[in-house]
Design a protein around this ligand. Sequence first.
Ligand SMILES: [Fe+2]
Ligand SMILES: [Fe+2]
Ligand SMILES: [Fe+2]
Ligand SMILES: [Fe+2]
Length: 442
Amino acid sequence: MAFNPLKEKGMALEKQLRNWHQIVAKPYKKQQVDCYTRTRQILMNGIEVEAWGFKHQFNRFMSNIDSEDKINISRLGRIENQQQMTCNWLCPEDQSVLETTLGYEQVAVDLTAWLSQNEPDKYVKETFDFGLLEDFDHLYRYSQYAYMREGIEPNDIVQGKTDVIIGRPTQHHHNCNGLRLRNHYDKTTASPQTKVNILTVLSGEQQTHNFYAEHGFMYGDHILRETYAEIKDVEEEHVTMYESLIDPNETMLEKLLLHEFTEVCNYYTCLEDEVDDEIKKIWEIFLDIEIGHLQIVSDMFKKYEKRAPEEVIGSEIIIPCRFKSQKTYVQKILEKEVDKRLAPNGKYYNTTDEIPDDWASYKVQEKAFEISAPSENCINIIGFYHDRDMVEADESLKNKEVMLLKKGLQKTAVAKNTVLPDKLENMIKKHEQRKKMKEKII
Ligand SMILES: [Fe+2]
Ligand SMILES: [Fe+2]
Ligand SMILES: [Fe+2]
Ligand SMILES: [Fe+2]
């Protein structure tokens, strides 16, 4: 029988306050941490930021609930805030902003790939696959800088579990926000899995946006700062896209219930998968806390809506964040869908060959790249210093890089400083020649 959190008691609210020593736990060591411990830490921070923020929105907008319930919501908000600190501050001081950034994009790639393969709604799955290829390209762009500035090779962070190579070029991720809006699911028929999947990826994307907003300026290199600004803008679109999948007819209490359930499901998965004994203890306590939250909001839901929580969240746990290598799946989507774009009707997709002349995203893209695209400049610069771009991928995929670029580029609204396929091919050839020369000398 699958685990049913509604049948558990969880930790009572009065026991959930922790002291500073417990709140600020010992950080992991960046040289020793398993890359998927880091992705869990990054994701759970995002989940807690959303859980905390939503409670404030709830208390700001909900007028017709009893004051004792409002008080309890505000108490829950403090607990979420404390959990957020614990999760985020597991990150060690010597992990640079760029290293953490590679961790964020690894979360986006491997999480979205997992969700996509475990998503019962075909339309939602297609949206996950679309977003996936954009974060995949972000990982590649940031990897250039991590190497140039700090000598970090992508595998120092992603540990060979995620390929780092060109995806749908970042310069083409900028759209009219209206086109990002998707059809929402129907709350009466959507499976709890769909609801949890969307809220999980949305929380991750929102926090990725916030991280770039708060850290991108910490580098003096102007093109790197511009690259953070450019990719942050895409994460804004990702938040717009994923949140639009949620049924806006859900009541605030329904949403509150879903938030707590999503936290329960994510901690449950973290606890099942964690390899770091110290961090596993944190997931165990936090799962207990979240089951306690779920009990409190389930009681409120029953009191005000006079229906069973099972109608919204079902009666069994969902596994939303099983982190593992997704190379095979991502490669398949990459080769098939790198040329996909948002269709003008805002609900579906087409390919670069099918974009109409009056596509609303052209205006956004042409304005953004009036001077140049930062995400292309980073490839130009690394080519200058190191002959070619930094790529870490399986050989079979590496050999397809020029073909992927050819297929992924649009015909119109291409930035003037774009590294075109011929140039990339020459960069790769030059690199091979230099490698042979070096071997002779040695
Ligand atoms: Fe929480
Ligand atoms: Fe991203
Ligand atoms: Fe993203
Ligand atoms: Fe919670």
